[in-house]
Design a protein around this ligand. Sequence first.
Ligand SMILES: [Zn+2]
Length: 77
Amino acid sequence: MNKCYQCGGKLKRENIDIARYWGKDLIALNDVPSLVCTKCGERYFEAKVSSKIDERIQGVLERRSFIEKIDVPVVQF
Ligand SMILES: [Zn+2]
């Protein structure tokens, strides 16, 4: 993949921090390799990265394996 599905813009490789909900659990993942559109900012993950994200989340849920715990502010929109 080298072009954005949304706008056709160029994609650049960048490690980003993301957060994923898993049920009611919110899990933050740091330094995830991604492809970011230089035009619209849309972010993509390669298939192998997506499965690694799922793997990491499973690790947190099953083995409580994580590097730190942070407080997250929640607001009603
Ligand atoms: Zn784009």
